[in-house]
Design a protein around this ligand. Structure first.
Ligand code: SAH
Ligand code: SF4
Length: 372
């Protein structure tokens, strides 16, 4: 039996006393004990899994199809193997999972990792699909002024298993099989292209037919615009959708809100984005958070339309999601509407994306490890 003092997460009934729903379980206080075991999600499933031949398939199936979170659940494995596995392997990348349901149906998950660092993911149920928004880093080194994650600074890169396990853990706590999650967006904490190896490690398992078997069209990677990373992603040909956080039509405006704009010009970034499109033929999403008096003037909409000419793109206008101490304010509804109309008139497909989970700090750019 496993003697290690790990803190398992269990599928508890959500509390009925409203508000925060804790899903910690076996230990009352979250004392994090380092867990030196190997993540069972380590393998390129099923080849590197422990056990032989069809045993590996069985384990992969328990993890990725049935969503087992305990070795004990793997009832068709010989008892000896089931009991031996936990000495060397761990299933969960999280010492503690806490859930914060929003009034709009989305749920923020706060994960305590095995070294005590924390990260977040958001479950977003829609009528026709279930989406999970996952993180790639603890905090973010990019430091965009309008983003709460940027404000909190950089903790560390998440490992591949920590990135992937966010999907499995959310599915489990939602009472879903992992493969019922059909959409993943890398739009949580962190800049995915600054953690390239680990992010693509996780994406490969999302795509792998023995693992999550997702379609690349249903995975979106959102980046602040790191040209080298975008080109590398194109060369690696994973086929995922790309979203570019542009937020300004010119370098001067962009530099005011995005520190990495001092390193990479819009022209360089757009060249890389065009190369990405040439390779994948997938429409690129341009994200544009509407900030009052910064990037919301009509001539800026016209300039945006001009620089996007010839690119197969869709613009998402994101109303600013406020957080305490933010040095910027959001544009008003009318201003956003007018901006959208100007883009439309210029022939650009545009959607205004009202965020979900604002009340529990789960909306775009609000993830900053607050416990509400
Ligand atoms: N680091 C990546 C992905 C995470 S952020 C990136 O920047 O693209 C996901 C999206 O939310 C980005 O477009 C980001 O610019 C935007 N965002 C950040 N803070 C925001 C806020 N407070 N309100 C609205 N959108 C925000
Ligand atoms: Fe990082 Fe993206 Fe936030 Fe900028 S917007 S600080 S890149 S998470």
């Amino acid at each position: 039996m496993n003697e290690r003092p790990t803190f398992r997460t269990e599928r508890d009934e959500p509390p009925t006393d409203g508000g925060v729903c804790y899903v910690p379980a076996s230990a009352p206080e979250a004392v994090v004990v380092p867990d030196e075991r190997k993540p069972i999600l380590l393998p390129e499933p099923p080849d590197e899994l422990p056990g032989k031949g069809y045993r590996k398939n069985q384990i992969a199936s328990w993890l990725y199809k049935k969503g087992a979170r305990e070795f004990d659940e793997m009832t068709d494995l010989p008892r000896r193997l089931r009991e031996a596995l936990p000495a060397e392997w761990r299933i969960s990348e999280f010492a503690l999972v806490q859930a914060f349901p929003s009034a709009d149906g989305s749920v923020k998950y706060l994960f305590t990792l095995h070294d005590g660092q924390r990260t977040e993911a958001v479950f977003l149920p829609y009528a026709d699909r279930k989406t999970v928004c996952i993180s790639s880093q603890v905090g973010c080194p990019a430091g965009c002024t309008f983003c709460a994650t940027g404000k909190m600074g950089f903790g560390r890169n998440l490992t591949g298993p920590e990135i992937l396990d966010q999907i499995l853990a959310v599915a489990y706590h939602q009472g879903l099989a992992p493969r019922e999650i059909r959409n993943v967006v890398l739009m949580g904490m962190g800049e995915p292209l600054l953690n390239y190896e680990n992010v693509t490690w996780a994406v490969r398992r999302m795509l792998n037919k023995h693992a999550l078997a997702m379609s690349p069209r249903r995975i979106t990677l959102s980046t602040v615009g790191i040209p080298k990373g975008i080109r590398r992603l194109a060369a690696d040909d994973l086929g995922v959708k790309l979203a570019l956080s542009l937020h300004a039509p010119d370098d001067e405006t962009r530099k005011k809100i995005i520190p990495t704009a001092h390193r990479y010009t819009i022209a360089e970034i757009m060249d890389a984005v065009r190369a990405y499109f040439d390779r994948t033929k997938r429409r690129v999403t341009i994200e544009y958070t509407m900030l009052r008096g910064v990037n919301d003037r009509e001539e800026q909409a016209r300039e945006l339309a001009r620089i996007l000419q010839g690119l197969v793109a869709h613009v998402n206008l994101i109303p600013f999601n406020p957080w305490e101490g933010a040095p910027v304010a959001g544009s008003g509804r009318k201003k956003i509407q007018r901006f959208a109309e100007t883009l439309e008139k210029a022939g650009l497909p545009v959607t205004v994306r009202w965020s979900r989970g604002v009340d529990v700090g789960a909306a775009c750019g609000q993830l900053a490890l607050k416990e509400n």
